[in-house]
Design a protein around this ligand. Structure first.
Ligand code: SF4
Ligand code: SF4
Length: 71
């Protein structure tokens, strides 16, 4: 059971991680961060927090190192 933590104020909303997560667990937020940008949120499916496989694709692909993966 892995999870990620995203630094939302650092996120520039490029959505690379949204496209690269093989499980579709990262979603665009409707809210804005301190930079005035739509950040992304970790959104495990309701009732199934084991979906994240800890593959680290989201962390590797992020150009600003916003994501940390915890296994
Ligand atoms: S570690 Fe892998 S499965 Fe988990 S949120 Fe990141 S890309 Fe998705
Ligand atoms: S790849 Fe990084 S900067 Fe881009 S949306 Fe994801 S967390 Fe934000």
């Amino acid at each position: 059971m892995a999870k990620i933590i995203i630094n939302q104020d650092k996120c520039k909303g490029c959505f690379l991680c949204v496209n690269f997560c093989p499980k579709g667990l990262i979603k665009k937020s409707v809210k804005l961060n301190k930079q005035g940008l739509n950040f992304v949120e970790f959104s495990p499916k309701a009732g199934d927090s084991t979906d994240c496989i800890g593959c680290m694709q989201c962390a590797v692909i992020c150009p600003d190192c916003c994501s940390e993966v915890y296994k």
